[in-house]
Design a binder for this molecule. Structure first.
Ligand code: SF4
Length: 141
């Protein structure tokens, strides 16, 4: 699946849930709370493929799913630049010390597996937007 395909599909799933909560007059705080991992596993099992195994993407006690993937992620399915013989397709916009660049054959992708930045509630509160695509507006290059 391309980044763009995932991005569009995830945006749609996110929108359906937020619209449902808005109709029930959820406040911003209640929406963020609803997107807590434990709540989402129970209430929105289709939102993430990891939910079926009750598995977190990162080893964090409190993990919020509202800003998955991450507003700092940058990608271009057509390739961003050549790095030697390889092509880079994504990177971290804030150069998080917990992120890295992974090389897969001749492709370079951002590896966020050790970074929990977007999953902290305080980060979600600060970067919140009801429209996930607005929160992620810098991601797609
Ligand atoms: S390394 Fe962290 S801050 Fe950077 S894009 Fe990945 S999850 Fe976001």
């Amino acid at each position: 699946m391309s980044y763009t395909q995932w991005f569009e599909e995830h945006a749609n799933k996110h929108k359906v849930i937020v619209s449902k909560l808005q109709k029930q007059n959820y406040t911003k705080e209640q929406i963020i709370e609803y997107f807590d991992f434990d709540s989402m596993v129970e209430n929105e099992p289709e939102f993430c493929p990891l939910y079926v195994d009750n598995k977190k993407c990162h080893d964090m006690e409190s993990l919020n799913c509202y800003l998955c993937a991450c507003p700092n992620f940058r990608f271009d399915d057509a390739g961003i630049k050549k790095v030697g013989e390889n092509t880079q397709y994504s990177f971290c916009g804030i150069e998080s010390k917990d992120g890295s660049q992974g090389v897969y054959g001749d492709k370079i992708h951002q590896d966020c597996s050790k970074c929990g930045v977007p999953h902290h509630t305080a980060y979600v509160e600060k970067n919140f937007d009801l429209d996930w695509k607005v929160a992620m507006k810098k991601c797609k290059l």
